[in-house]
Design a protein. Structure first.
Length: 284
């Protein structure tokens, strides 16, 4: 419909331009008609427009009917009045072109404003839907894989990694009251309130900051993309808590943030690409 209105304005302006040409054409023919009458000639090819000129001259004769003789020819100033009327029509067409252009500009400005308002409302609605969709993602899992730190891995030190894992699980259970399940050679914890993930991170950072002789590779995945989680696990980023881009994005919609994220790499697996981010504590 907008394009139709623009074509309509274009057509109206084209009409006024055409009428300007008609006015110029009529002025030229009127001058020839005047010469014909002064010379008492009869040009038949002017017959098609003669009725129009006679009616126009009848009107202008009432406006200005002065006449005088010059070298035997009668000069009637009603012809000059008719020319002035046609020139006035010419400039009236110019005025109509300006008015039409202003109306077109006003319509375009109004259309763009309404379009902008509609887009803002649509974007706001989409943003609200997106926030609602992201906030609806509540469930997430945490996987922990452990390995003896290099300086404690010598057999003569006799550190039992299973014993260290049990100590870790006891500590987490004491803080969170959640037991893990075995997963991909490590442990998986399931949670159902991502809005409070900072509380879980507090505990995980305490685990990582302990004096235990083991290193921790911790992954967090919101939703249920287990293939992506498995890729995160395979990266074996010990000493870090890592997440993929979708979990990072979901974290932005939490009300409070005691942690921030930093991208650590982009990885390919299968036909997919994954961004890996590290979770870091905000320094106070």
């Amino acid at each position: 419909m907008h394009k139709l209105y623009l074509k309509l304005f274009g057509g109206i302006k084209s009409f006024w331009h055409f009428m300007k040409i008609v006015c110029i054409f009529c002025i030229m023919l009127l001058l020839l008609f005047w010469i014909q009458n002064l010379t008492n000639a009869e040009w038949k090819w002017l017959g098609f427009i003669t009725p129009f000129f006679k009616n126009l001259l009848a009107v202008t004769d009432n406006i200005y009917s002065l006449k005088f003789d010059f070298w035997g020819a009668v000069f009637e100033l009603k012809y000059l009045s008719a020319v002035i009327v046609l020139i006035g029509c010419f400039y009236f067409m110019n005025l109509m072109i300006i008015i039409t252009t202003l109306l077109e500009a006003g319509y375009t400005a109004t259309y763009l404003t309404c379009r902008k308002v509609e887009e803002n409302l649509l974007n706001k609605s989409l943003q609200e839907d997106m926030i609602k969709q992201e906030k609806s993602i509540k469930k997430y899992v945490v996987t922990i894989h452990t390995a003896l730190k290099p300086k404690f891995s010598h057999a003569e030190l006799k550190f039992d990694i299973n014993e260290q894992n049990n100590l870790m699980k006891d500590f987490i259970y004491d803080k969170l009251r959640v037991d893990p399940v075995d997963y991909e050679g490590g442990f998986m914890y399931s949670f159902d309130n991502f809005d409070k993930v900072d509380n879980i991170l507090d505990v995980l950072f305490k685990v990582m900051g302990s004096s235990a002789p083991i290193d921790y590779a911790i992954c967090i995945q919101s939703g249920g993309d287990m293939k992506q989680l498995n890729k995160l696990i395979s990266l074996k980023y010990f000493g870090k808590i890592i997440i993929a881009a979708d979990t990072c994005y979901r974290y932005k919609f939490n009300t409070t943030h005691r942690y921030y994220t930093s991208q650590i790499g982009i990885f390919q697996y299968g036909q997919r690409t994954m961004e890996a981010h590290e979770i870091l504590r905000i320094q106070e």
